[in-house]
Design a binder for this molecule. Structure first.
Ligand SMILES: C[S@@+](CC[C@H](N)C(=O)[O-])C[C@H]1O[C@@H](n2cnc3c(N)ncnc32)[C@H](O)[C@@H]1O
Length: 243
């Protein structure tokens, strides 16, 4: 597309995960429109002077939302699809060519955003590389990972206060006593390795090193055409205040 193309034309040429208002009457045609659900996630209203991390940012909806609230935001995601976690029988060979991050870059430009996006797996996200964050936001990422425990431990090491975790949960696993997860790797249509119950998510967050863990909300996330919905739970974890 030529350098003369408008934001609207460039947005129309991309496939979007997030519905994002780019300004000037341009709204991306996202697979998921989270705008009416933002209040359910319990993000602090004011984030001036805070650092925030958005994990698995895709088109950047949450990164831009935290920046709008005043935070300095770093966003991470994977650029090469072969670096995603795949069950061995489902790993595409060769990995499909896909230019990832184009929607994010266009939205960043349209919103005159300063969010820094890094091509980095959560497994490699360490304080030595990124520093630490007042708010770590992780939405619908961990169900796609083979090692949710390691990812949460990485996020705990990056956090100096609050993690906001919003993930799909398995309702039936929650009927069992104890903390259960459903193994789905070769059965789910998108790659979901483990689907914990809401209780299991709370336990995982605590085990990773967050001392105060609270469930904030449960809701269903519908896709654009309402052809399916996914139950989500929002869990907040906080580190104990240093004495
Ligand atoms: C279902 S989307 C969620 C997008 C966004 N976080 C939200 O809540 O709307 C999952 C995102 O996680 C990213 N992702 C998957 N594995 C990752 C990993 N190991 N490290 C960082 N991001 C990862 C994917 O590339 C994708 O952008």
């Amino acid at each position: 597309m030529s350098g003369q193309a408008s934001i609207a034309e460039r947005a129309a040429a991309l496939r979007w995960y997030h519905t994002i208002d780019l300004g000037g009457g341009v709204v991306t045609d996202g697979w998921f429109d989270l705008r009416s659900l933002v209040g359910r996630y319990g993000l602090p209203e004011r984030l001036e002077g805070k650092r925030a991390l958005d994990v698995g940012t895709w088109d950047g909806f949450w990164a831009f939302e935290m920046e709008r609230r005043g935070a300095e935001v770093v966003a991470i995601d994977i650029d090469d699809t072969s670096d995603l976690d795949w069950p061995v029988r489902r790993r595409p060979d060769p990995a499909p060519p896909e230019k990832r991050g184009e929607g994010f870059r266009l939205a960043r430009e349209a919103l005159s955003s300063r969010v820094e996006r890094l091509a980095l797996s959560v497994y490699d996200a360490r304080p030595e590389v990124l520093g630490t964050f007042d708010v770590v936001f992780c939405g619908s990422v961990l169900v796609h990972l083979r090692d949710q425990v390691l990812a949460l431990e990485r996020l705990a090491a990056l956090s100096n206060d609050l993690i906001v975790l919003a993930e799909p949960y398995d309702r039936r696993a929650g009927w069992l006593p104890g903390a259960f997860s459903r193994h789905l790797a070769d059965r789910d249509s998108s790659v979901v390795f483990w689907m914990p119950s809401a209780r299991t998510w709370r336990r995982l967050v605590w085990s990773a090193g967050f001392d105060q863990v609270d469930e904030k909300a449960r809701f269903s996330l519908r896709d654009r055409s309402s052809s399916f919905s996914v139950r989500h739970v929002v869990v907040h974890g906080r580190k104990a205040a240093a004495t």
